[in-house]
Design a protein around this ligand. Structure first.
Ligand SMILES: Nc1ncnc2c1ncn2[C@@H]1O[C@H](COP(=O)(O)OP(=O)(O)O)[C@@H](O)[C@H]1O
Ligand SMILES: [Mg+2]
Length: 231
């Protein structure tokens, strides 16, 4: 697909096929178009050209809500919980509006999401008063409450200490092991490498490398983008 914001081209003929159950890491410099790439997958932004298929269905014309209800969950780079609601209520809102669930089903999905994101201990706390790690975990809980088959993570480990990052990696590894397909944007490369099967490097709106993480990180193209060594 391609994506422009007005006259600004951001993604240029980006093509990626992700098998069910795979975890894909995305790296690339600031402004490369990584967040935009997630936005056109989950429908926050329409594509300018091309298409998005999910589970064999063309979802290109669907909005974010419809895609969320069919199983595409997403976390945002800047967490935006409902600050005055409790952690549980935030997850419940995700289950109800993002997941389209009602009543006990929504409650069960919210509790399950709190368990998987390790937020159960904070269930009754006000979301606005949480630490950064807990806010990141709540962002994850909100995405999980929609019961996604595909989970899109946008810099969820950014700003965390090393110990916090290690604990979050373990949580995400468990999600992968449970069979959820993951696309994870992250600058903290060691976090990605601990979880993903495949690494994609996006630079200036095009995929410059796609393959086994170690090989991608060592490639001339990726070193050139990060170290300015020139290809
Ligand atoms: N909603 C928007 N409207 C206009 N330009 C945008 C918008 N979102 C992102 N951009 C621009 O698109 C480019 C890619 O941004 P982004 O996808 O956020 O990159 P990354 O996540 O890789 O840092 C940047 O030049 C950014 O300023
Ligand atoms: Mg971004």
């Amino acid at each position: 697909m391609s994506k422009s914001y007005g006259n600004l081209g951001v993604l240029f003929d980006v093509s990626l096929s992700i098998p069910i159950g795979q975890a894909v890491g995305i790296v690339g410099p600031n402004g490369a178009g990584k967040t935009t790439f997630l936005s056109v997958i989950n429908g926050t932004e329409p594509t300018s050209a091309g298409s998005v298929f999910f589970n064999g269905t063309d979802v290109t014309k669907q909005g974010a809500e419809e895609r969320s209800r069919s199983g595409i969950g997403r976390t945002f780079q800047i967490p935006r919980p409902f600050s005055n609601l409790s952690v549980f209520e935030n997850a419940l809102a995700g289950a109800a509006f993002g997941g389209g669930l009602r009543g006990r089903e929504a409650q069960t999905a919210a509790l399950d999401a709190l368990e998987k994101s390790e937020m159960m201990q904070f269930a009754n706390l006000r979301a606005g008063g949480l630490s950064l790690l807990a806010r990141k975990r709540l962002e994850l809980a909100r995405a999980l409450s929609t019961q996604p088959k595909l989970l899109l993570l946008d810099e969820i480990a950014g700003g965390l200490t090393e110990a916090e990052c290690i604990s979050l990696i373990a949580t995400i590894k468990n999600l992968k092991d449970s069979g959820i397909t993951i696309v994870w944007i992250e600058h903290v490369v060691q976090a990605l490498v601990a979880v993903v099967d495949r690494l994609v490097c996006l630079a200036s709106g095009t995929i410059i490398q796609d393959g086994i993480p170690d090989e991608v990180l060592k490639s001339r193209e990726v070193l050139s983008v990060y170290m300015g060594t020139g290809i």
